[in-house]
Design a protein around this ligand. Structure first.
Ligand code: ADP
Ligand code: ADP
Length: 236
C-alpha cells in the first residue's frame, strides 16, 4: 500500500510519519530527507538540488521523480511506503501514478492531508529542531525533546535547517500554495483524500489519522492490506 502525507511545510508530516512508521510496518520515504542526505554526500542530485532548496523553490520534477522512483525500487519499499513531501506538483502526482501502475501494478491507497493555518506554520518552522541521525523533528516550545537540544532516540545534538529561516520559509509557503495545493482537489476528485485537522496536539493528530485509516482496529487480514500484502482497497 502506498500512502501519501500531504500538507504545507511545517504541517507535521515528518512528525506524524515517524510516529506512524513506528506503529505500522511501512517504509517512510521523505523527499526532503533524501535530498538532504544527497547534499551531505555531495552526489550529483545533491549538488543540483542545493540551490533550489536554499532558495525555497521546488527541485525540478524530473530530478525528484527519478530519486523517488529509484528509492521505491529498493527492497524496503517493495510492499509499500508512506510518502512524505512527494508528490508536490500535479506532474509528480501523474508520474507517480503511472510508475506505480507500470512497475508494481499498484495505485495510491490514500492521501492523508494534514491541514494547518499559515500563522501556525510559520511559528512551527521557526522553532523546528531536527535530529541529524534519525531525522525526528522537534519544536522548542510545542514538542520539545526531553533534554534541550538533544534527540530522545539517539542523543545526537539537534540542528535547525537553513531553509527554516523566516524569509525562505515564507517563500516555501508561497510555492506550496501555488504548486502543491492543487493536489488537494486532484486527489479529492479521485476519492482518495482524508482531511485531518493538523492544528491539535501531535497525539490527537496521530489518533485522527489512525482512525481515518482505520488501521489499528482492523483484524489481521485487513491490516495486511495496509501493510501492502494484498492489492485490495483500504476500506472494507
Ligand atoms: P513537515 O514535515 O510537515 O514540514 P514537521 O513534522 O517537521 O512538519 O513539523 C514542523 C514543526 O512543527 C516541528 O517543529 C514539529 O515539532 C512541530 N509540530 C509537529 N506537529 C505539531 C502539532 N500537532 N502541534 C504543534 N507543533 C507541531
Ligand atoms: P518540509 O518538511 O518543510 O515540507 P521538505 O524537507 O519536505 O520540507 O523539503 C525541503 C525542500 O526540498 C523543499 O523546499 C524543496 O526545495 C525540496 N523538495 C522536497 N520534496 C520535493 C518535491 N517533491 N519536489 C520538489 N522539491 C522538493
Amino acid at each position: 500500500m502506498y500512502l501519501i502525507l500531504l500538507g504545507a511545510p511545517g504541517a507535521g508530516k515528518g512528525t506524524q510519519a515517524h510516529i506512524l512508521t513506528s506503529r505500522i510496518q511501512i517504509a517512510h520515504v521523505s523527499s526532503g530527507d533524501l535530498f538532504r542526505e544527497n547534499i551531505k554526500k555531495g552526489t550529483p542530485i545533491g549538488i543540483e538540488a542545493k540551490g533550489y532548496i536554499d532558495r525555497g523553490e521546488l527541485v525540478p520534477d524530473e530530478t525528484v521523480i527519478e530519486m523517488i522512483m529509484n528509492h521505491l525500487n529498493t527492497p524496503a519499499c517493495r510492499n509499500g511506503a508512506l510518502l512524505d513531501g512527494f508528490p508536490r506538483t500535479i506532474f509528480q502526482a501523474d508520474s507517480l501514478n503511472n510508475a506505480l501502475h507500470e512497475r508494481f501494478n499498484k495505485g495510491i491507497g490514500r492521501i492523508i492531508y494534514v491541514k494547518v493555518d499559515t500563522d501556525a506554520l510559520l511559528q512551527r518552522l521557526s522553532g523546528r529542531w531536527i535530529c541529524p541521525v534519525c531525522q525526528t523533528p522537534y519544536h522548542e516550545l510545542n514538542n520539545p525533546p526531553k533534554i534541550k537540544g538533544i534527540c530522545d532516540h539517539d542523543a545526537a545534538a539537534l540542528y535547525q535547517r537553513d531553509d527554516d529561516k523566516r524569509s525562505t520559509a515564507e517563500r516555501r509557503l508561497q510555492v506550496y500554495f501555488n504548486q502543491t495545493m492543487p493536489l488537494i482537489e486532484y486527489y479529492k476528485k479521485q476519492g482518495l483524500l482524508l482531511e485531518i485537522n493538523g492544528q491539535q496536539s501531535v497525539e490527537n493528530v496521530t489518533n485522527d489519522i489512525i482512525e481515518a485509516l482505520n488501521v489499528l482496529s482492523m483484524d489481521k487480514e485487513k491490516k495486511d492490506i495496509i501493510l501492502g500484502e494484498t492489492e485490495e482497497s483500504l476500506v472494507a
